[in-house]
Design a protein around this ligand. Structure first.
Ligand SMILES: NC(=O)C1=CN([C@@H]2O[C@H](COP(=O)(O)OP(=O)(O)OC[C@H]3O[C@@H](n4cnc5c(N)ncnc54)[C@H](O)[C@@H]3O)[C@@H](O)[C@H]2O)C=CC1
Ligand SMILES: O=C(CO)COP(=O)(O)O
Length: 312
């Protein structure tokens, strides 16, 4: 579900590997004839993928990948409850819901408790997956048995899926790395240099670990693909929309508001979560304030540099 960049890329990769795939688009436009998503225009969707805007066409499909933006996941689950509630639902989005302050796996568990929920996350650009470039992902599912089955279902010759039962660690890694990527983009966009970016990545990772530990995640999960792996990719590549959003903020350039930039809303959500739980998340808070245009880059920098000195 979701025929944007990631949903399309996953559909293409799985169909190419022989899976029977239906790709659901909210708005079909001319997709069924052009066999292209406007979010991934260079990629031709193979005939093996059934493209539809009518969800019941998914028929007996037992696994549904939800590749819609994190802030819309809850609405999608509610709107299509009848079709979704008895299936295995794999959230493919990265973010924290601003209303409930939950990640995608927890959002599924709360909204459709009868469904089996899982999350697919980790360092992977849609364009790379669609081109068949080698990619490693994390599949997190509270049920070890379902996780094992999903790992088999979703792995292909070039998509290597690792599994874990730590859904909270996996969803926090994917959500928080986007916030830190915005911070890194700002640093580079404002000309603060590669050393500043390395500091933000490292201290940002410390914030990720702190929040994850407080919410009951296994610290090892954060050191894996869903945390450190995706942090490394997103903080260093101009293919990342979150990083590019930060670059524009830092350079004072115009922002493309049509793109999905998950870290913007998530910076606000995690800042609230931090306040509620009494957890210090200074980089996330600065990103939220920058995103809301509440502070300048200069103030953001001074805020971080003037904090009390501490042990690492
Ligand atoms: N693009 C990428 O390289 C990757 C994206 N992701 C994650 O996948 C999720 C989706 O991102 P993209 O596909 O890149 O975004 P996108 O902007 O390319 O596509 C989003 C899709 O969701 C649909 N959509 C939006 N609101 C909806 C609603 N209320 N109901 C139904 N459909 C709705 C849009 O029509 C669009 O087709 C995000 O959480 C992102 O972090 C994860 C890994 C890689
Ligand atoms: O999550 C991603 C790579 O793993 C995609 O990053 P962006 O959403 O920043 O483009």
């Amino acid at each position: 579900m979701g025929a944007g960049a990631f949903g399309t890329a996953l559909a293409v990769a799985l169909a190419r590997d022989g899976r029977d795939v239906t790709l659901w688009a909210r708005d079909l436009a001319d997709m069924a004839t052009t066999r292209r998503s406007h979010r991934l225009p260079d990629v031709l969707i193979p005939e093996g993928v059934t493209i539809t805007s009518h969800l019941p066409d998914a028929g007996e499909a037992d696994t549904v990948l939800l590749a819609v933006p994190a802030q819309t996941l809850r609405d999608v689950l509610i709107a299509y409850e009848d079709v979704l509630r008895s299936r295995t639902l794999v959230a493919c989005c990265k973010g924290i819901d601003l209303t409930t302050l939950t990640g995608p796996a927890a959002t599924i568990a709360r909204t459709l408790p009868q469904a089996t929920g899982a999350i697919l996350t980790g360092p992977s650009f849609a364009a790379d997956i669609a081109r068949g470039l080698p990619t490693a992902l994390t599949l997190a599912c509270g049920s070890a048995r379902t996780g094992l089955a999903l790992q088999e279902t979703l792995s292909t010759g070039t998509l290597r899926v690792y599994r874990t039962t730590d859904t909270i660690g996996a969803e926090l890694g994917g959500a928080l790395k986007n916030v830190i990527a915005i911070a890194c983009g700002v640093a580079i966009g404002a000309g603060l240099g590669d050393s500043a970016r390395a500091a933000l990545m490292t201290r940002g990772f410390a914030e990720m670990q702190r929040l994850a530990a407080a919410l009951g995640a296994d610290p090892q999960t954060l050191a894996g693909l869903s945390g450190l792996g995706d942090l490394a990719l997103t903080c260093t590549s101009e293919l990342s929309r979150n990083y590019r959003f930060g670059l524009a903020l830092g350079a004072g350039a115009s922002i493309d508001t049509t793109l999905t930039v998950e870290g913007a809303a998530t910076s606000r959500a995690v800042t609230r979560l931090g306040h509620e739980r009494g957890i210090d998340l200074p980089i996330c808070a600065v990103v939220a304030a920058l995103t809301d245009r509440d502070i300048s880059v200069e103030t953001a920098l001074q805020t971080l540099l003037s904090r009390p000195l501490k042990e690492e």
